[in-house]
Design a binder for this molecule. Structure first.
Ligand SMILES: [Zn+2]
Length: 111
């Protein structure tokens, strides 16, 4: 999606430059998956403790508590992992991949 931009390509000096965030997006996905897995596994052990308390409510309460714990843990873990992964990816973009790409010659750079 081209947008008005006051940056110029350092190689061909074309104003046709686009922002990009390859590392940031990749980091979000990778971090999100890892975070969701960690969050879910952490929530499972948390659900065990909750199941002991929920045992008063019977098997249904235990099942519901465990499920809710795993889902919530996965969601929170995924969101946290995505945020952390985005931060790492942002640095990778800035230092290695370039946060901007020239649509004219394909040169990637960070202003
Ligand atoms: Zn260029």
């Amino acid at each position: 999606m081209p947008q008005p931009f006051d940056q110029f390509c350092p190689v061909c000096h074309s104003p046709n430059v686009e922002r990009r965030a390859i590392g940031q997006r990749t980091g979000c996905v990778a971090g999100g998956v890892a975070g969701a897995a960690l969050g879910a596994s952490g929530a499972l052990s948390g659900a065990e403790a909750g199941a002991l308390v929920g045992a008063v409510g019977g098997p249904v309460g235990i099942a519901l508590g465990s499920l809710a714990g795993a889902v919530l843990g996965g969601l929170f873990g995924g969101a946290a992992g995505c945020a952390a992964g985005s931060k790492v990816g942002e640095v990778v973009d800035q230092r290695y991949l370039g946060t901007h790409a020239c649509q004219n010659c394909g040169h990637a750079f960070t202003p």
